[in-house]
Design a protein around this ligand. Structure first.
Ligand SMILES: Cc1ncc(COP(=O)(O)O)c(C=O)c1O
Length: 389
């Protein structure tokens, strides 16, 4: 491999949530941090070069979004997904969670119903509740090895909602949705007059042979009835740069969103945001291919090791991203005991499955975006703890 994903980088003392934040959450620092969704690999080198180059000029003044920034996004989504986007459709947002929160405020009112599909990325529920909207859930259906959408329940539960938040691909389950599921979602939401937010932050991390399908490409109806959130932040490991975008093909929706953003100048951005996006999308193909192969290797290792040594902990193989959903239901523990087992016995800091909704009980989320030697150490600690049960 040209790029070194084996390198151990000490992130302690960098105010990294994943590392320095362990003390606040667990009151200890001796755990292997495998929770917060960033990777322990070096941020892609061409991004670091672009940031360094910018720092050669000593004035960190107000920064505009250049045509080359927009063009890099346009070229990337076209070449990777075949998605046609124009500059006008691209709206900078300082992160996808803030972007969803802003768009929720732009397109819905207090009390409006917002539907999500748990177990799902937990800020979808927080954003809905903290913005005083009404949360409606339509749980995913577990089908032995992977989640699928429950379309009959979807058709019922979506009635009366104003907004549906789709996680595409899905976190924490790692699902790349089937074309038919997305078509059905597009059809139902169009017929019911429900706007769709498609969070596609994990899209670039789709693992071969799976292929990401942007929701906006499902049909003309889907394109005109959706806001797609994308960012190079997960795939190129730069979430600390708060650089994301909301793609809005429908001019009326766009005008409404812009009006909201402009009222408080929420899309100002910062001196490193746009150049980092441009660097990622202009140079990223080879790095990303190697990174995905490395992640796949980590998942293979975990899967084989646990199958051989801790068969009651099952790896739900992600079709996208480095987040591995561990099915621990056969261990027969309460969620509280499961959490305690991972921290006190295995000395691993994972995400509690129940934080993604009560449907996540019996599961834990493991972040495999780290050097293989860390995965090996984590698996060893886990199996030692398991064998003592
Ligand atoms: C589905 C999903 N959306 C959004 C985010 C976070 O996005 P941001 O850091 O841009 O707010 C994450 C991070 O894990 C995620 O998994």
């Amino acid at each position: 491999m040209k790029f070194n994903f084996d390198e151990i980088i000490d992130r302690n003392g960098t105010d990294a949530v994943k590392w320095d934040g362990m003390k606040e959450v667990w009151g200890r620092t001796d755990l292997i941090p495998l929770w917060v969704a960033d990777m322990d690999f070096a941020t892609a080198p061409f991004i670091m070069d672009a940031v360094r180059k910018r720092c050669e000029n000593p004035v960190l003044g107000y920064t505009c979004k250049s045509d080359s920034y927009y063009n890099a996004i346009i070229r990337w989504v076209k070449s990777r997904y075949g998605l046609d986007v124009t500059k006008e459709m691209i709206n900078y947002v300082p992160g996808i969670v803030p972007g969803i929160g802003m768009a929720m405020n732009a397109f819905t009112e207090k009390g409006d119903k917002v539907m999500i599909q748990p177990p799902v990325y937990h800020p979808f529920a927080w954003l809905t509740e903290r913005n005083e909207r009404t949360l409606v859930t339509c749980p995913l259906r577990w089908e032995g090895e992977m989640y699928r959408m429950d379309m009959a329940a979807f058709r019922e539960r979506i009635k009366g909602c104003k907004l549906f938040i789709l996680c595409n691909p899905h976190n924490p389950g790692g699902v790349v949705w089937q074309e038919e599921e997305l078509q059905e979602v597009a059809r139902i939401c169009h017929d019911e007059g429900v706007l769709v937010f498609s969070d596609e932050i994990h899209a670039d991390l789709t693992l071969p042979p799976y292929r990401h399908r942007p929701f906006a490409m499902i049909s003309e109806e889907a394109r005109m009835n959706s806001v797609t959130f994308m960012s190079p932040s997960k795939a190129f490991n730069m979430p600390g740069l708060s650089a994301s975008h909301a793609i809005i093909p429908n001019p009326e929706l766009r005008a409404r969103f812009r009006k909201f953003m402009d009222a408080c100048e929420l899309d100002l951005g910062h001196a490193f945001a746009f150049l980092a996006v441009e660097a990622a999308y202009s140079n990223g193909t080879e790095w990303l291919e190697q990174c995905l192969a490395y992640i796949q290797g980590n998942v293979d290792y975990m899967d084989e090791y646990l199958k051989a040594n801790a068969p009651k902990i099952k790896v739900v193989r992600p079709q996208a991203s480095y987040l591995v959903w561990l099915d621990c239901r056969e261990m027969g523990m309460t969620q509280e005991d499961l959490n305690r087992f991972f921290v006190e016995k295995a000395r691993l800091a994972l995400n509690d499955g129940a934080m993604f909704g009560k449907e996540g009980e019996g599961f834990m989320r493991f972040n495999a975006g780290c050097p293989r030697s860390v995965i090996e150490r984590a698996m060893k600690q886990l199996v030692e703890a398991y064998q003592q049960l």
